[in-house]
Design a protein around this ligand. Structure first.
Ligand SMILES: *Cc1c(COP(=O)(O)O)cnc(C)c1O
Length: 423
C-alpha cells in the first residue's frame, strides 16, 4: 500500500498536491513518500517478529541519501554491490556493522574499503574472490566474515535479465562446489571467518514457491556445513520479493515471512534479507509533462519530457508502469497511445498501446511504481540532465536531489591541449 491518491480529481503524494511539487521542482521529477517507505519497511521487518533477523535494504534499488537515511533511522542494515554504495550508506549515517557486500566482481580496492570500514560480511561469489578477500584481510591484519553465495539452481519465474538463481546465471557458486570451498577455506584461508550462507535468486518474484525451493537447498547447505564443523550463524535469503506494477499478485511480506520462519525452524541462525524493490518500488512516482501529442496513421503518440534515460525499465525489460493523470480530466475521451520520450531510440517509451484519457501539451502525468530501479538506473544519455528527486513528508516536501544542470553534464571532461594545438 502506498500514499499516492486522488483527492477529488487531484493527485496527491501524502498531503501534498503533485501539481504543486511539479510547479516548484520542475519536471521530470521523482517523488518519494517517506511514509510509504516506512510502512513497507515495517511490513517486511514485522513479518519476522520474534526471530533473529537483519533487514539489509538493497541500496541499488534507490540509493538517494534521504531514502538511505530513512531506512538507517529505522534500524535497517544495507546490502551493497559497490564501493560507491558503501560511501553513500556511510554518508547517510548507516551502520557499517549492518552492511553486507554482494556482487560478482568486487575489485581489490572495494574489498579493502569494506574491510577498513568494518562491514558485517562479504557475500562471496567465486573461489577466486574468496582467496582475494583472504589475502587482503591478511595484509590488513584483519579477520573478515564471509558467506558464500550459493546458486541453488531454482527457477525464480521472472524476467530473464533479473533471474539469478538458474545454474546458467553468472551468480554464486553451485551448492556442491560451495561445500568444497567452505571446507578448503576453513583449513587454508586463515583470515576468513566462514559464518554465513547466502543466496539471492532474482528480482520481482511474484510466487512463493521459488523462495521455498531455494530455502530448502540453502538450509541443507547450512546443516551439511555444520556437520563438517563450521560455525554457520547467518542465513541470508537475499531479496527479490516482487511488487504490484499492474496485475501481479505477489505474496505479502507477512506470507513470505511465515513461510521462511517455518522453513528455518530449529535452525538457530540469524536471518538476513536484502529487500530492495519491495521497500522502495511503490514508494515513488515519476511526474512528467506532456510536450506534444501526435497522431500517426497506425498509432497515437504522447511525447513527454521524461525518457528512457530517466526511467529505463520499460526499454530494458519491457516493463509495465501504470500511468495516471495528475489532474483527472472530467469526461474526456479515452485513446490508445504510446507514451514516449524525446530520446533518439525507438526503444524510448514509458508505455506502449496504453489506454489513457486524452491529454494535451502542458498536462502532467505520473508514472507509478517508480521508486526502485528507476532513478538509480537513470543516465545522461542524449546529454539529458538527470531529474530532480523530492521526498514528501506529510504536508511538506523537500528536494533531496537537485535537477542536474548543463555544467553537471561535462563535469570532469577536459579539452586535452595537445589534441588541438596542431602539434
Ligand atoms: C538486486 C539485489 C537485491 C535486491 O533485489 P530486489 O528484487 O530489489 O529485492 C538483493 N540482493 C542482491 C544480491 C541483489 O543483487
Amino acid at each position: 500500500m502506498h500514499f499516492f491518491n486522488y483527492r477529488g480529481n487531484r493527485f496527491y503524494a501524502e498531503g501534498v498536491p503533485v501539481e504543486r511539487i511539479a510547479k516548484e521542482a520542475g519536471t521530470p521529477v521523482f517523488i518519494y513518500s517517506q511514509k510509504t517507505l516506512k510502512r513497507h519497511y515495517r511490513a517486511f521487518d514485522g513479518a519476522f517478529k520474534g526471530v533473529r533477523r537483519l533487514i539489509c535494504y538493497s541500496v541499488k534499488a534507490n540509493s538517494n541519501l534521504s531514502v538511505l537515511k530513512t531506512f538507517a533511522k529505522m534500524g535497517s542494515g544495507f546490502d551493497i554491490v559497490s564501493r560507491g554504495e558503501l560511501f553513500r550508506v556511510l554518508k547517510a549515517g548507516g551502520d557499517p556493522s549492518k552492511v553486507v557486500f554482494s556482487g560478482v566482481g568486487k575489485r581489490d580496492d572495494e574489498i579493502e574499503y569494506g574491510i577498513r570500514k568494518n562491514i558485517l560480511m562479504f557475500n562471496v561469489e567465486s573461489a577466486q574472490e574468496l582467496r582475494a578477500i583472504d589475502s587482503i584481510a591478511k595484509r590488513l591484519k584483519k579477520r573478515v566474515c564471509v558467506a558464500i553465495r550459493v546458486n541453488p539452481g531454482v527457477n525464480p519465474k521472472t524476467h530473464p535479465y533479473i533471474a539469478t538463481g538458474f545454474k546458467k546465471n553468472k551468480f554464486g557458486i553451485e551448492a556442491k562446489e560451495a561445500l568444497k570451498e567452505y571446507v578448503y577455506a576453513k583449513e587454508n584461508l586463515k583470515n576468513l571467518s566462514l559464518t554465513g550462507v547466502d543466496c539471492h535468486i532474482g528480482s520481482q518474484i511474484t510466487e512463493i514457491a521459488p523462495f521455498i525451493d531455494a530455502l530448502k537447498k540453502t538450509r541443507n547447505v547450512v546443516e551439511t556445513l555444520r556437520r563438517e564443523g563450521l560455525d554457520i550463524r547467518y542465513l541470508n535469503m537475499g531479496g527479490g520479493l516482487g511488487i504490484t506494477y499492474g496485475d501481479e499478485t505477489p505474496p505479502h511480506p507477512s506470507r513470505y515471512g511465515k513461510e521462511v520462519v517455518m522453513g528455518t525452524k530449529g535452525l538457530d541462525v540469524t536471518l538476513i534479507f536484502e529487500p530492495g524493490r519491495n521497500l522502495a518500488g511503490n514508494a515513488g512516482i515519476l511526474v512528467t509533462k506532456v510536450l506534444y501529442t501526435k497522431k500517426g496513421t497506425l498509432k497515437n503518440f504522447i511525447v513527454t519530457d521524461a525518457a528512457m534515460n530517466d526511467l529505463p525499465r520499460p526499454s530494458l525489460y519491457g516493463s509495465y508502469h501504470a500511468i495516471k493523470p495528475v489532474v483527472m480530466p472530467g469526461g474526456k475521451k479515452e485513446i490508445t497511445a504510446d507514451i514516449v520520450g524525446p530520446v533518439c531510440e525507438s526503444g524510448d517509451f514509458l508505455a506502449r498501446d496504453r489506454d489513457i484519457t486524452e491529454v494535451k501539451p502542458g498536462d502532467l502525468i505520473s508514472v507509478m511504481s517508480a521508486g526502485a530501479y528507476c532513478f538509480s538506473m537513470s543516465s545522461n544519455y542524449n546529454s539529458r540532465p538527470r531529474a530532480a528527486e523530492v521526498m514528501v513528508l506529510g504536508r511538506r516536501f523537500f528536494v533531496v536531489r537537485e535537477r542536474e544542470v548543463a555544467e553537471d553534464l561535462i563535469k570532469g571532461e577536459v579539452l586535452a591541449r595537445p589534441l588541438f594545438s596542431g602539434g
